[in-house]
Ligand binder design. Sequence first.
Ligand SMILES: Cc1cc2nc3c(=O)[nH]c(=O)nc-3n(C[C@H](O)[C@H](O)[C@H](O)COP(=O)(O)OP(=O)(O)OC[C@H]3O[C@@H](n4cnc5c(N)ncnc54)[C@H](O)[C@@H]3O)c2cc1C
Length: 1009
Amino acid sequence: MTSLQSEIEQRGSRIFELVDQHPESLFSKAGFYQRMMALSMRDEQFKGQLFRFVDVLPSLRRSSDIVEHLEEYFTDMRDGFTPFIHTGVRLARMVPWISGPVLRWNVSGMASQFIAGKNPNDLMKALRKRRAQKIGFTVDLLGEAVVSEAETDEYAARCLDLLETLARDTRGWSDPLGKNSELFPVVNVSVKISALYSQMNPADPAGAIAHLAPKLRPILRRARELGAFINFDMESYAHKNTTLELFKTIFSEKEFKDWPHAGIVIQAYLRDSEVDLRDLIEWGRARGTRFAVRLVKGAYWDYETIKSRQNGWDCPVYFQKQESDVNFEALTQLLLENESIVTAAFGSHNVRSIAYAQALAGELGIDRSRFEFQLLYGMAGPIKRALVEMGYRVREYCPVGELLPGMSYLVRRLLENTSNEGFLRAKFAENVSAEELLRDPRELLRRNGPGSTASAANGDSHHKNDASLDTASGDIYQNSPLVNFVYKESQDKMRAALREVRSRFGEKYPLVLGGEKVWTDKLTPSVNPSAPKEIVGYVPEGGIPEAERAVKTARAAFGKWSRTPFEERARLLERAAGILERRRYELSAVEVFEVGKPWAEADGDIREAMDFCRFYAAQMRRLGRPRLTQHVPGEESYHHYWPRGVALVIAPWNFPIAILCGMVSAALVTGNTVIMKPSEQCIICGAMLMQIFEEAGVPPGVLNFLSGHGSVIGAHLVDHKDVDLIAFTGSREVGLKIWESAGITRSGQRELKRVVCEMGGKNAMIVDSDADLDEAIGYSIYSAFGYQGQKCSALSRLILLEENYDRVMERLIPAAASLRVGNPEEPGIMVGPVIDEAAYRRILDYIETGKGEATLAYQAKEVPPHGYFIPPTIFADVKPTVRIACEEIFGPVLSVLKVRDLDEAIEVANDTDYALTGGFFSRSPANIERVKAQLEAGNVYINRSCTGAIVGRHPFGGFKMSGGGTKAGGEDYLLQFLLPRVVTENITRHGFAPEETPQYRDEFLWPKR
Ligand SMILES: Cc1cc2nc3c(=O)[nH]c(=O)nc-3n(C[C@H](O)[C@H](O)[C@H](O)COP(=O)(O)OP(=O)(O)OC[C@H]3O[C@@H](n4cnc5c(N)ncnc54)[C@H](O)[C@@H]3O)c2cc1C
């Protein structure tokens, strides 16, 4: 055993000895909390329900609501478990006016376990107690997630108040160790950076810093005057780089450069934490003034793993607990070796991690008064006491605030305390031996083998539910990841792409018919809606002759293409996906300029295009082979598909590459030949997509790129006798014309035309009385104003229950007022321009109409003077029957409707011509089930935004006047592009039949020439 390991064991054992001298439970309060924790550790299902119940409880105002929720959460629990809960629920039902408050009181008690006080008075009581125990403090102000700049101002003001109160009420307090006390001011405040800016965007650290620094300076200035210490807490990974950059920027400023009482957190569970810490130390040395680092493992492990899996990102956190432990020790060493510039605070309850820091500091000859241990309020009291007794400096992290805003903090602590991996559970609930707990994590890691639990975090541990015992259809392929703009490298690539695309402004791109580049005598310009004087590029305007040529060439190419094996066609799509991937930043940049998409929205569009290609390729492999219909002796019947013929694809501008590519790739892979007509507003995107398919090797004539006026060439082609299929996404007006026109059979027409038609929506979201408003408001704002409200899935009717109305509006309007409107070339912009002048005028007209029909509750005052910028607008008191509540506006205009109750809310939501998307925010399982069943929409979203469908995950499309009932990105989409066929043969000869019939037979695909 190394001497360091034996030193660790000695120190660790000493801590355990001291802990065991005061047999106190893990938590300072027993009773209800202990029981809940014990049950949670025994049963995962109970734990899930408990956390959800705790999460919703503070928002329930009536006792009867509490009892209803209790019943909904717990009575259906399986395993015949928790009779105590069942009895509780029965009792509660009988006497809700007693049980409601009792439950609330118990959960408040549970929260007060971890929250030092509701207000500064409570807080001071707790701090005085700790002072008597020689424990210092850092105070954290709990707050709800900020959704507006008004809320960030409030947070900043509360920080200033807190500093004043603490400085005043701790006057005369001194450092408990009395040595090196200049490094450790008594007053210590932990600040959450995300609470100071509501529009944090990982792609735009500079923009965030420009907003954050002016908010922080007065706080830092006052802290310095009062002799206090300020620590920047670290939150989710999305904010990590901005927080580090902000720290370095602001503490390099002249005013704060020589101030040593600033600290920041490093999270050892992050794979890049060592690089960050080394960078900080280097920065600190260059700055020449001490600073502090609180080393923790990290509080958002579950969140980070889920989030990265959802987006297909590399997971930023380690997968194995021991990897975090090992890294914590490596970073401890780095901190202690650089003690001359950085003061370390070790934020852990893990005795091994603590003992390691003690032992290493001893080995390096660092006095114990030059660093400190920090532990959370309400947890691991015996460890704190032991550390004090051993002569170490101990500081407690004390959250202060109301129960409601404290809920997410409470749930994090509950998760941590019941986690299978956690130290506290192992020590205090499972009585794991000291020897085991002090083992070198490297040894444990060697035992597990690297990455052995990685798959659990990677998501191979899906639970199958009753509805999907087979492989889910979306699981047959992998979605492409989104670009993670948190990385500087991604930001730089996007900037470079924007520069590059800008340098090509004004280029001309040909039509492509039968593999030939075609020019006409008229060029159509494509303008930048943010700056209409800028021309992104030109494409020739096709007319009737070009349309005729397109049909002819597509028809000529059909014979061969339809006979091409589906495997080859699928590979064409996969090659196209590869090219999209290679050109992804360039294409995103084109979208920023041509259709005014913000960065992440543009990237999402390219990702969706890649997904369509790969998903449809996979689906075609599934569908392509003929399939035996039934096993029957003496006869074989095979079901299989033929392509339909010539497909006309007419796409919109709002997802300029994704939707176009989706419809084109579906048509191609199923063996149809295609005339691709992009919207007039995004012809450069159309030209780019043509280039991509050409490079991927699409044969001449199989895909034809035609641009021109929809009313001329679109209408001509829809009516054309040789066009067999029309795939259209766009407005209701045009969609209905196509639907009707395609129903007329023209002379010489051989096939009935199939129309795949996706149109608009008048999408509603309902906010229940128990909804999590942080989420409801954040997602509503995003759904209504993301990409300027120009997604067909966008929220346009927000339906609020009377009971909630004022509380939601109070936060919704400032949230809208905080949105950044501007040219989306800038990464921090959320609301860009609308597509063109016609849209601009039409939307402004609707706003004027709205002023007559309802109350203008909010309209942004400042938008850029040039370009088609519409101020985000909210109307309140909107009646369900007025025009702004019924007609699709397709712009950043939100109508808010007030209803009595959920019945009326569902009625209003459904009382529209459309049925595309719909949403519901609620924490009542019964209400959620009801809305799932009753909301008339093709895509129903619960507790999330109603935009952002992902291929294979959220097959997309609506019914009623929203579309013909097809699902883009779903398993049955390709069927629209195919003709089903069955071939039956009697294989009996004189009473003899072969015993086995093969499952698949390939020869029916198409007769050989
Ligand atoms: C004073 C103080 C301040 C804090 N401030 C912050 C802060 O600003 N930001 C922040 O994020 N956290 C902060 N924390 C929370 C801290 O990150 C958690 O409390 C801490 O991670 C628990 O670690 P531990 O060493 O006490 O316990 P342990 O039980 O040893 O470690 C538990 C931790 O291990 C990690 N882990 C769990 N499972 C796995 C796995 N499968 N693979 C990899 N790693 C895993 C997680 O980080 C988990 O929290 C703070 C904690 C303290 C005590």
